[in-house]
Design a protein around this ligand. Structure first.
Ligand code: D54
Ligand code: ZN
Length: 252
């Protein structure tokens, strides 16, 4: 595929339009990703053939702006920067006040709507300054955190001067993963690597853009400045550790 074909197929651009909720439906594990520059209400696009968005789905909203709030069936949840709200199947009315990144997967049952702060996410520090990959992984929705049907989601924040994420990298044959980069200065970019481990391609990604990684694809990258990203997975299982590790020397 050419650069343009790769970008059309795997890169999600232009998610934030004032007063709108923008959504992209991927057939990779039927994940929906979106952006809200609120105030705005969650619509129910006709492609879902549903009465309301969460009739057969679950949703996570991560605050990628300043202070914000999400109202779910009349209950208002205040969210500070980088905090996350999980909204279970069955919620009928969802509205946003602020800047949110959204991820949704199909759901077979309704789990409670729960808010998580950075402290709730049991931060794990990884990497080192020597390898330019000092970072903290905050897991929000996972087996030992917020319960969901299939969604697994968290935020990774790089330290100033650290540019690499997820190296050594991996694939996970049982799940699709989407990375949404944010907190990157306007003029900077992340060079994101995708593709099978023995045949990689790169996408040059700006802040507030998302990259879809099908189950066969690695997902790793380096920025021209530090950044944060939301990682979200959907698919066969929720085991965060269930990955096929790729040694650095295996990459082509
Ligand atoms: O499957 C797990 C995901 O790729 C991320 O959680 C990895 C990550 O945030 C990192 O290494 O910085
Ligand atoms: Zn991964």
């Amino acid at each position: 595929m050419t650069t343009e074909q790769l970008r059309r197929r795997f890169l999600v651009e232009e998610l934030f339009v004032p007063g709108e909720v923008r959504l992209v439906y991927s057939h990779e594990d039927r994940m929906v990703v979106g952006g809200v520059a609120g105030p705005a209400d969650l619509p129910c696009p006709s492609e879902l053939r549903a009465e309301y968005f969460l009739e057969r789905r679950e949703l996570a909203a991560v605050n990628v702006g300043g202070d914000g709030a999400v109202t779910v069936d009349g209950t208002r949840h205040e969210l500070a920067a980088r905090e996350c709200l999980y909204i279970g199947r069955g919620a009928r009315e969802v509205s946003f006040d602020g800047r949110f990144y959204l991820v949704s997967t199909p759901a077979h049952t309704g789990y409670p709507t729960v808010k998580a702060t950075l402290e709730d996410a049991e931060p794990v520090r990884l990497g080192s300054a020597e390898r330019s990959n000092e970072r903290t992984i905050y897991k929000y929705i996972h087996v030992k955190g917020i319960q969901s049907c299939q969604l697994v989601l968290g935020v990774t924040v790089l330290e100033p001067g650290s540019m690499w994420n997820t190296m050594p990298c991996h694939t996970h044959e049982r799940r699709t993963e989407v990375y949404f980069y944010f907190g990157l200065p306007e003029e900077d970019r992340v060079v994101h690597l995708m593709g099978r481990p023995d045949e990689t391609r790169n996408l040059v990604v700006a802040g507030e853009q998302a990259v879809i990684s099908p189950c066969w694809s690695v997902h790793t990258g380096f920025g021209t400045a530090s950044y944060a990203f939301v990682w979200a997975m959907g698919g066969e299982n929720q085991a965060y550790e269930d990955v096929e590790p790729v040694a650095i020397g295996q990459l082509r």
